[in-house]
Design a protein around this ligand. Structure first.
Ligand SMILES: [Zn+2]
Length: 294
């Protein structure tokens, strides 16, 4: 099943729901970074979180969800841009941790519990929105629910999950958010909360072939009104041109040092692609600068 996200409403529009499956992307990100199981789980959950947060945007946007909470994985970042293109990284993706006493991956411990979840949305290259909320548990699902509640002032129920197989690789990844808009009847929220309890282990269910729609159908009161569906794909956005731009932004002294070293290399933190910068390129950048000054 290719990765995608679906939006829906229920209870006459007073409930908004988004669900996503991100298995292929999460596995790709794990392979690119040779991420440990616990790092892959954190990355997969954050990828799903970013995909849910990006559901309302279409034209030339980039949404970054970032968690910095003092754990051994360091900063974990997931980015979704126009067309549902996703990339992600963790500062220390190979760090592994023993399982918790209940046999689950220690995601919260690996991410850390003291810090913030930050969400930045850029539109046409400019920051259009920036919000943040304190980390609750580092498990990402709870942190995202807290973010919705504190930043957007909307009560939200969130479930995120990543299933890691015996070989230590991502087998399933996905999640959902349900938001209660103003005017919803209390009974309806109670019903949803109750049904939400039965949703535990969504990654296992996705691995068994259940779809995001199946999960939503189970929690939402019928009839469910289905809105848009969008595919999600792994794709980095680095390029040789972008690497030259980075070099072009360096201070003069750094540029001179690189010229003395006869060349340079720009490595993308998101996909580990190395872009060699030749001495010719470096000299050309320097000449262009000198030209501009005159
Ligand atoms: Zn890249």
């Amino acid at each position: 099943m290719a990765d995608y996200r679906v939006k829906a409403t229920a209870a006459g529009g007073s409930i908004r729901a988004i669900a996503a499956v991100t298995t292929t992307t999460a596995l790709q990100v794990q392979k690119v970074h040779q991420a440990s199981p616990v790092a892959a789980a954190a990355l997969g959950r954050l990828i799903t979180a970013a995909s849910l947060l990006a559901a309302d945007f279409k034209d030339e946007f980039r949404l970054t969800a970032e968690v910095e909470a003092g754990g051994p994985l360091g900063r974990v970042v997931a980015e979704v841009r126009t067309g549902g293109l996703v990339r992600a990284r963790a500062e220390h993706p190979t760090v592994d941790m023993p399982l918790r006493s209940d046999g689950k991956l220690a995601v919260g411990q690996a991410v850390g519990t003291h810090g913030i979840l930050r969400v930045v949305r850029e539109e046409r290259g400019r920051t259009a929105y920036e919000g943040q909320a304190p980390i609750v548990s580092g498990e990402i699902g709870e942190d995202l629910a807290n973010y919705y509640r504190s930043s957007e002032q909307i009560p939200a129920a969130v479930a995120l999950g990543v299933l890691i197989g015996r070989e230590g690789l991502v087998v399933a990844s996905g999640g959902l958010v349900i938001q209660a808009l103003p005017g919803i009847r209390e009974m309806t929220t109670d019903e949803i909360a109750e049904k939400f309890q039965t949703l535990h282990n969504i990654s296992w269910r996705l691995s068994r072939g259940e779809s995001p729609e199946d999960l939503l159908r189970e929690v939402l009161p019928s009839p469910v009104h289905w809105l848009s569906t969008e595919t999600l794909d792994y794709q980095c956005q680095c390029s040789a041109e972008r690497s030259l731009e980075i070099i072009g932004g360096l201070p003069e002294s750094d540029l001179v040092a690189l010229i003395q070293e006869q060349g340079a290399e720009v490595v993308c933190h998101y996909c580990n692609t190395a872009y060699p910068i030749s001495l010719f390129d470096l000299e050309q950048i320097r000449n262009m600068r000198a030209h501009r000054k005159n």
